[in-house]
Design a protein around this ligand. Structure first.
Ligand SMILES: NC(=O)c1ccc[n+]([C@@H]2O[C@H](COP(=O)([O-])OP(=O)(O)OC[C@H]3O[C@@H](n4cnc5c(N)ncnc54)[C@H](OP(=O)(O)O)[C@@H]3O)[C@@H](O)[C@H]2O)c1
Length: 284
């Protein structure tokens, strides 16, 4: 399983965003694949439990082979919507629910296996022994290949690691949301060889009113002859924990150019100038 350095997130491809048809989804999949992105990020809940099915249909039309691509999916969030009419949003990591969720994802994505299954968010009352039993069963049955978590702190990762090896933690991380770099989250992952995936990698840049940040990113994009989103991605890629950004764009041209960020070797000074512009203060 070789993940592309940039992962294409599907959260906004369906009813939570662009509302694409299966044909339009297939074009995005082909565009990603042709530009070097082989990895797609899913979750059972996207589109109110409908987007995995849309992707499955789009993938069929794309004509690609399943073994050429990598699927990440997530389970555990019980999200009130038409498909799940419940009163309260909550998390369910019971064996019964995890198994059911993975079976649904496999059916909807039209595949025999998920390359990496993530627990979507930590539950305050999760039973790590029950989770570990279930994940091992899924691995034994070849329904999933790797296991990871999402939105877990260092201590929550430590708790899970008492029972299970974590391969990935998908966290929110960007130039405008860099707390994981200073609260021990990324350090813990580096020490324990847990690879980070960064969701919302553009942060709030495109809606930001921070003029210093907007000016700095624009200047740096001119210096490296690239677009602003490539600057934001290359800033993340400079971190030594080997982060995989999960991009959320629904536009072909933005998907197609995103891997160019890997080619930018940002100067040390530019990296710190961006951090200073975003945080509004010098490093101590
Ligand atoms: N694990 C979790 O809890 C979690 C939570 C949230 C998301 N995720 C995953 O992470 C993925 C990415 O998250 P995200 O959507 O927040 O990521 P993002 O890539 O930071 O943001 C994507 C948004 O930025 C816009 N955008 C991109 N390039 C732009 C540009 N040059 N100018 C203006 N707007 C631009 C996109 O609009 P266009 O579509 O118009 O380009 C889209 O609305 C999701 O698809 C999902 O797979 C995971």
């Amino acid at each position: 399983m070789k993940l592309s350095k940039i992962i294409s997130g599907t959260m906004n491809w369906g009813s939570w965003g662009a509302n694409y048809s299966p044909q339009e989804v297939s074009k995005l999949i082909n565009c990603a694949y042709e530009s070097g992105i082989n990895t797609f990020d899913h979750a059972d809940i996207y589109g109110g439990y409908t987007t995995e099915k849309l992707f499955g249909k789009g993938f069929k039309i794309s004509g690609l082979d399943r073994d050429k691509v990598v699927y990440i999916s997530k389970c555990g969030i019980m999200y009130p919507c038409d498909k799940l009419p419940i009163n309260v949003k909550h998390y369910d990591y019971s064996k019964k629910h995890i198994l059911k969720s993975v079976e649904n994802s496999l059916k909807n994505l039209n595949t025999d296996y998920i390359d990496c299954l993530l627990l979507h968010r930590p539950s305050p009352i999760m039973d790590i022994k029950e989770i570990s039993d279930t994940i091992n069963e899924l691995i034994d049955k070849k329904m999933i290949r790797k296991f990871g978590v999402s939105n877990f702190t260092a201590s929550q990762m430590k708790l899970i690691q008492m029972e299970l090896k974590i391969s990935f933690n998908q966290i929110e991380f960007s130039l405008t949301h860099f707390k994981p770099m200073f609260d021990g989250t990324l350090d813990f992952m580096q020490i324990n060889d847990i690879k980070p995936m960064a969701y919302s990698p553009l942060g709030n840049y495109f809606s930001s009113k921070n003029k210093a940040l907007l000016d700095k990113v624009k200047n740096i994009s001119l210096k490296y002859s690239c677009k602003e989103d490539e600057v934001l991605l290359s800033w993340i890629l400079k971190h030594k924990s080997e982060i995989f950004p999960v991009i959320g764009t629904t536009k072909e041209e933005r998907i197609a150019r995103s891997l160019k960020a890997e080619k930018i070797n940002m100067d040390l000074i530019d990296w710190f100038e961006l951090l200073e512009a975003s945080s509004g203060r010098r490093v101590p």
